[in-house]
Design a protein around this ligand. Structure first.
Ligand SMILES: NC(=O)C1=CN([C@@H]2O[C@H](COP(=O)(O)OP(=O)(O)OC[C@H]3O[C@@H](n4cnc5c(N)ncnc54)[C@H](O)[C@@H]3O)[C@@H](O)[C@H]2O)C=CC1
Ligand SMILES: C[N+](C)(C)CC(=O)CC(=O)[O-]
Length: 488
């Protein structure tokens, strides 16, 4: 079922929310008084389309439709989620929320992107306070999973749960803030770090570049995979957190921090920081910086995904929920046809210096499809733990067309032979039905103990026989059995 989200305020954050919903199959209706809004969105959407689809190993649903509206009332019509992302001014947020509530479905979620206002402040004077909550995202919203969900005592908790379910389905991580406070949880940290950095620049201790290096070469990388407490737990050695606190607790009383105070934002300080920032990064356009940021975030999150850890575990959960591939033989609608063993978008980190999908990644994609086929016939992790598995003995890949970042590729798999220890697979990679590549793979069942060919268990033999029989009537695929150097 396609659902509709209304985006009220289409700047940096509204644009990111629009992309997140749209690329997850929602229709998006936008209101922003800025006549350039559609043009700004086009760039955000380009960046999102480049980066988000390849985060998971399963394709996202088909994109929804986006439309721009002249009034708030038009934009919220029929919307199940309304996201307010207007500038951070309370009186403006009140005005906009009143307009939203005058026209929207009373059962819709109204989330505010506010970085700092408490939900009770937003609800002040509202027609239906229970409908309003803070849903504070992180930039870029289309890639970052975290959303701080902050209800007040008046917010309808059933609606909060509904909001969290929707956020999960969008591949996001709703973090419920149990007690409303100014600036929620994460922005409290960011402000503390920001304040301290301003002091270091003002006092001439460090430049903007040196501060950034101290983060990205050190604790920034650590924090992406473990937070503050888990990191410090490991820093305490085998004695863990208690030892860490015993060692570094006293530092709280040493002059390690100035956090109580904020430097005044004088013109001099603004010039100093902006000047250093220009020197540091002025050789790159903002658009180049955004692309580098997105490429790096995708790479980091995909590394976490491979370890099913942190933000990567969130991606895996979403992937499981949207995976269109059959989970068992009983799920396969027609065993007599090639079986869908892969549907994914080409990730950014699969492309190379030639600007297209790197040859090694074709093998990766076919290998993933083979793994899935093995599971389908019963050679899953439980079976492998008993000491039997398949090894690939021979592979032949044909590159028929180029695939680029973001392209959705399908892999359909045929069993060309499956008797005894032998499994002969034919994978066809297509984009919009057109062949991009083929992979022919010959595998042997082995004993993981002797590392020698061995007979698979009877259930696998039977599953292979069932598929082989169902597909026996199919003509041999064009290109099967080819070798390198043959004329096409
Ligand atoms: N920029 C950031 O890093 C983050 C910002 N936020 C929050 O998101 C909200 C929006 O911030 P940004 O997108 O950065 O600001 P922005 O300045 O990029 O965008 C605000 C947009 O609201 C539009 N607008 C102004 N009045 C409006 C009205 N009456 N109705 C509809 N649209 C209107 C403006 O034309 C503009 O496009 C703020 O509450 C901010 O605190 C949250 C997370 C991160
Ligand atoms: C600077 N900021 C307070 C607007 C930051 C945020 O709200 C979250 C983010 O994306 O860093």
């Amino acid at each position: 079922m396609t659902r509709t989200a209304a985006i009220i305020g289409g700047g940096v954050i509204g644009g990111g929310w629009a992309a997140r919903f749209l690329l997850n199959g929602w229709n998006v209706q936008v209101f922003d008084p800025d006549p350039n809004c559609a043009a700004i969105f086009a760039e955000v959407l380009d960046n999102a389309r480049r980066s988000l689809p390849g985060l998971t190993d399963v394709a996202l649903p088909p994109e929804g439709a986006i439309s721009f509206h002249a009034t708030v009332a038009e934009a919220v019509a029929g919307a199940a989620w309304i996201q307010e992302s207007v500038p951070e001014r309370l009186e403006l947020k009140h005005k906009v929320l009143a307009e939203v509530q005058a026209a929207c479905d009373p059962a819709a979620v109204i989330g505010s992107s506010t970085s700092g206002f408490k939900p009770s402040e937003l609800q002040d004077g509202a027609a239906r306070p229970g409908q309003i909550m803070v849903t504070h995202p992180f930039n870029p919203v289309y890639l970052m999973p975290l959303v701080e969900v902050v209800p007040s005592a008046q917010t309808d908790l059933a609606l909060v749960e509904q909001a969290e379910t929707i956020l999960h389905s969008l591949g996001m991580y709703p973090l419920r803030v149990r007690k409303e406070i100014d600036a929620h949880i994460a922005d409290r940290f960011l402000e503390a770090v920001w304040r301290e950095a301003l002091w270091l620049v003002k006092d001439g201790v460090a430049t903007t570049q040196e501060i950034d290096e101290s983060i990205r070469m050190g604790f920034g990388i650590r924090w992406a995979q473990m937070g503050l407490f888990e990191t410090y737990r490991t820093a305490g050695g085998n004695a863990g957190m208690r030892h860490f606190m015993a060692q570094f607790g006293p530092a709280l009383k040493w002059p390690w921090t100035k956090l109580m105070d904020v430097p005044e934002f004088t013109d001099e300080l603004v010039d100093l920081i902006a000047g250093q920032s220009d020197e540091q990064s002025g050789h790159l356009t903002i658009s180049e910086l955004l692309k580098a940021r997105d490429d790096n975030l995708v790479g980091l999150m995909r590394a976490l995904k491979a370890n099913d850890w942190g933000a990567g575990a969130v991606l895996n959960a979403q992937q499981k929920a949207i995976d269109p591939r059959p989970q068992s033989l009983a799920d396969v609608a027609d065993l007599g046809r090639p079986i869908l063993m892969g549907r994914r978008a080409v990730p950014l980190d699969w492309t190379d210096y030639n600007g297209h999908m790197n040859e090694a990644k074709y093998l990766q994609a076919f290998c993933d499809a083979t793994d899935r086929f093995m599971e389908l016939v019963g050679c899953d992790m439980d079976y492998i733990a008993t000491g039997g598995s398949y090894f690939t003995a021979e592979t032949h890949i044909r590159h028929v067309a180029e695939a680029n970042a973001g392209d959705v590729i399908d892999i359909h798999t045929r069993l060309l032979g499956g008797e005894g220890k032998k499994m002969h697979l034919w994978h066809e990679m297509t984009r919009n039905g057109e062949i991009v590549a083929t992979g022919e793979h010959f595998l042997l069942h082995v004993s993981l103990e002797t590392r020698r060919p061995s007979e698979p268990k009877a259930e696998i033999v039977a599953a292979l026989a069932q598929i082989a029989q169902a597909q026996a009537g199919l003509p041999l695929p064009e290109g099967a059995g080819r070798h390198v150097g043959q004329k096409r």
